[in-house]
Design a protein around this ligand. Structure first.
Ligand SMILES: C[C@@]1(CC(=O)O)c2cc3[nH]c(cc4nc(cc5[nH]c(cc(n2)[C@H]1CCC(=O)O)[C@@](C)(CC(=O)O)[C@@H]5CCC(=O)O)C(CC(=O)O)=C4CCC(=O)O)c(CCC(=O)O)c3CC(=O)O
Ligand SMILES: NC(=O)C1=CN([C@@H]2O[C@H](COP(=O)(O)OP(=O)(O)OC[C@H]3O[C@@H](n4cnc5c(N)ncnc54)[C@H](O)[C@@H]3O)[C@@H](O)[C@H]2O)C=CC1
Length: 303
């Protein structure tokens, strides 16, 4: 991964955009949604950029950029039509440890701009590492249709409840089960039912143990989509073989990985309320299915 996605807190940063044409205005469209302080330096100011100035969202300095300008900022977007100037300023910025983005030259970018789905606190950023921004845009279009606008107020609601849940439910595990239950019931909507689903989740979150079984020779790509929510609930994966990266992708990042354990240890885990995944060979899998009839065997095709 050459480009690593991070989410920058914009409350106290100053951003400079050099250039005020079509491309600069596209970046300003995104930046204007943040809480950063934005300044634009350019001799020719497009109508779109002027509109932001009139709203008071950005400060415009109408002149050519100077080398000394860049010292005042945390992030810089170089979006003039003068490639040499863009490159020169990016080199100076790098020397001064200021992060710069050159719109038409990825090799000079300290960071690149993703395609962004904005649902308030919920944001999705998509990048093709500069390979095909048009494709990033088309994925965004699909996600825009998939993620309703109600997610913005829903995540305001959830953020406001977070502390209360932390105070009411002491263990991290209970809190995870609580939020899983809440989202399972509420989905992505925000309406009169949302508060009710929230209250219900306190009484209905379950801490029952669960066993999933997968034959270690199975290709994780071929597991049915319905297996995903089951895999996402797993606390611990037990396997004597290295776990295929395709399968790891489907599990929670914080799921523990341990070598296989005995049947009695499995029983103990489940009684404790653990949700576990066992990766075994076919013979052992058949034995475990017979011994634990409630275990779910995930295989290719339907569950
Ligand atoms: C590396 C990066 C640097 C950066 O800008 O940060 C970069 C670089 C370049 N873009 C170029 C062209 C186009 N870029 C777009 C669109 C977007 N470009 C964006 C990001 C990025 N563009 C960064 C990598 C993102 C990634 O990882 O995928 C998006 C996501 C965000 C945004 O800009 O707001 C936004 C979609 C937003 C959305 O709608 O969701 C379109 C389509 C259009 O305009 O509709 C075209 C014309 C079609 C084409 O040429 O592909 C060129 C060639 C210039 C030339 O040939 O003259 C270069 C330079 C090069 O590739 O060398
Ligand atoms: N239009 C597009 O879709 C894309 C364009 N690009 C590249 O992005 C760059 C900008 O493109 P556009 O916005 O279309 O250009 P544009 O010509 O509309 O705007 C250029 C801006 O740069 C400013 N500028 C020029 N010299 C300056 C200086 N010395 N100091 C400060 N500002 C200065 C101008 O005043 C103007 O505001 C170009 O290099 C272009 O090749 C890259 C990707 C896509």
């Amino acid at each position: 991964m050459q480009y690593f996605p991070i989410f920058v807190d914009t409350q106290n940063i100053r951003v400079l955009v050099v250039g005020a044409g079509e491309v600069a205005s596209r970046k300003i469209d995104l930046l204007a949604r943040t809480q950063s302080q934005i300044e634009v330096i350019a001799p020719d100011i497009s109508d779109e950029v002027q509109a932001y100035q009139q709203q008071g969202r950005i400060k415009v300095i109408q002149r050519e950029v100077q080398e000394s300008d860049i010292d005042q900022y945390d992030l810089i977007y170089l979006a003039t039509a003068n490639n040499t100037l863009n490159s020169q300023l990016s080199i100076i910025a790098a020397q001064r440890h200021i992060w710069a983005n050159v719109v038409d030259n990825p090799s000079r970018c300290q960071f690149i701009t993703p395609s962004i789905v904005d649902r308030g606190k919920l944001t999705v950023a998509i990048s093709t590492s500069g390979a095909a921004p048009v494709f990033a845009r088309s994925i965004r279009a699909k996600l825009e249709a998939l993620l309703p606008q109600s997610l913005a107020p829903l995540f305001e609601f959830v953020a406001n409840k977070r502390l209360e849940v932390q105070q009411k439910l002491i263990s991290t595990k209970d809190r995870r089960l609580f939020w899983e239950r809440f989202f399972q019931q509420n989905g992505d909507r925000f309406d009169q039912q949302t508060e009710k689903h929230y209250q219900q989740a306190f009484t209905h979150y379950s801490s029952a143990g669960e066993i999933l079984l997968i034959d270690e020779s199975v290709d994780a790509h071929l597991l049915p989509i319905a297996a995903l929510p089951l895999l996402q609930r797993i606390d611990t994966v037990y396997s004597d073989q290295p776990i295929a990266s395709e399968l790891l992708e489907l599990l929670r990042r914080d799921a523990s990985r341990l070598p296989l354990i005995t049947k009695s240890a499995i029983t103990e885990c489940v009684n404790r309320g653990d949700k576990i995944l066992l990766l075994t060979d076919t013979a052992q899998l058949n034995e475990l299915t017979a011994y634990f009839p409630a275990a779910k065997h995930l295989r290719t095709g339907n569950i």
